[in-house]
Design a protein around this ligand. Structure first.
Ligand code: NAD
Ligand code: ZN
Length: 361
């Protein structure tokens, strides 16, 4: 199926489904690029590069460049090496980068495309559940030693080919990490969407492409809704950060790699819901519902409690340092109801109190 994402720079197509990759060759013939540079990581290369190359055929010259997997791809060093390779391979302004992998590969490739010769086109071919989120919306970035995603650009892809059969080889942890973003989209999107998720995906073994098509499509529509209204995150796009303020602090505090992005976001959403009860009037119509939701998260394998070793004061301090800070005040995306996010300032003392309540053994 084809969706369209509107951006100031133009509307681009997103193909989603098993078989979405079949649309790639026609798209490429339509653009007639001088050369392709496929950027991927070692795992995706080994599992799926042959499938991609078969679709591309031999109509276009191409190079393949492999970056380290995970956050190690998003460094200045890897960014420079990728551009060096592109120059050596004689790519020009009529060439295209193809981001073939998860969000890390997509973020690096998009940023490289945004800056190579002042900006060339690129295509997203996401291979993780998480990348349904990162592949659209035009945010690209690498990390700085002082913080994640601090160096980047807004640069939309020319097209997205979301081939769901690639998701079959994902380890369950990566599946859960990506699925947390779908839960997030449902929480800020609509009660019906969340209800369906809770009914259809009642265990981690249900996270297979057949069951994921609708949740992914609906999640993408929620993201599209907010991004199209606020491309540069000056207002409503910020709602997509539901669960992320504590999530980012947890990732830093525990160490990237020790907790996956979405796992941290899941715990962040539990916290945001607890604050929503106190500061956004959440719950009255949902009595008893929050308990079901928490049990559902636990059944799936998410962490709904904070590890006892973490200090609430330190976490609060980290949240104040987040790049979305505003004069050191802590602001959170909270829910008035499911599907009704609000941005609310919360006093630090309350933040610490709610964190303390969430502590587990
Ligand atoms: P990732 O690219 O690191 O992929 C996660 C892991 O899955 C890697 O080890 C990778 O090798 C492996 N993998 C990928 N596809 C696979 C497949 N089909 N089968 C088996 N293994 C596979 O990252 P991610 O989790 O997809 O995304 C996380 C990144 O996305 C972070 O850097 C985050 O900052 C970024 N992000 C960006 C945006 C945005 O708007 N630009 C939004 C959300 C997240
Ligand atoms: Zn996220």
């Amino acid at each position: 199926e084809k969706l369209e994402i509107r951006a100031k720079s133009g509307t681009y197509p997103l193909w989603i489904g098993t078989g979405a990759l079949k649309e790639l060759a026609g798209f490429l013939r339509g653009r007639n690029p001088s050369k392709l540079l496929i950027v991927t990581d070692p795992t995706v290369k080994q599992l799926h590069l042959d499938t991609l190359l078969e679709e591309i055929g031999d109509d276009f010259p191409y190079g393949v460049y492999t970056v380290p997997k995970g956050e190690e791809a998003k460094t200045f060093r890897e960014y420079e090496r990728l551009l060096t390779f592109a120059l050596e391979e004689e790519l020009d302004r009529r060439s295209l980068f193809l981001a073939f992998g998860g969000g890390a590969v997509g973020d690096l490739t998009g940023f490289a495309a945004a800056t190579f010769m002042r900006g060339i086109g690129y295509v997203q071919i996401p291979t993780t559940i998480l990348a349904h989120d990162s592949a659209i919306g035009g945010k690209t970035a690498i990390n700085h030693p002082l913080g994640k995603n601090l160096i980047g650009a807004f640069h939309h892809p020319l097209a997205v080919f979301y081939e769901l059969s690639f998701l079959e080889t994902l380890p369950v942890r990566e599946k859960l990490s990506g699925f947390a973003e779908i839960i997030k989209e449902a929480c800020i999107g609509s009660p019906d969407f969340l209800q369906e998720l809770m009914e259809e995906i009642d265990g981690p073994e249900k996270l297979v492409p057949e069951n994921l098509y609708l949740p992914l499509k609906k999640g993408i529509l929620v993201k599209k809704h907010f991004v199209e209204r606020d491309e540069r995150e000056e207002s409503v796009r910020a709602f997509l950060n539901f669960g992320h303020t504590l999530g980012h602090a947890l990732e830093k505090e525990m160490g990237y790699g020790r907790i996956a992005h979405g796992e941290a976001v899941a715990t962040g959403m539990v916290f945001a819901l607890s604050l929503s009860g106190a500061f956004a009037g959440f719950c009255a119509p949902y009595e008893g519902w929050t308990g079901d939701w928490l049990r559902w998260l636990e059944t799936l394998g998410y962490r709904t409690k904070l590890p006892a070793s973490l200090s609430p004061e330190r976490l609060a301090e980290r949240m104040k340092l987040d790049k979305k800070r505003e004069k050191g005040r802590l602001r959170f995306v909270l829910l008035r109801k499911i599907g009704e996010p609000v941005l609310t300032a919360v006093p630090e003392a309350a933040v610490i109190e709610h964190l303390t309540r969430m502590k587990g053994a």
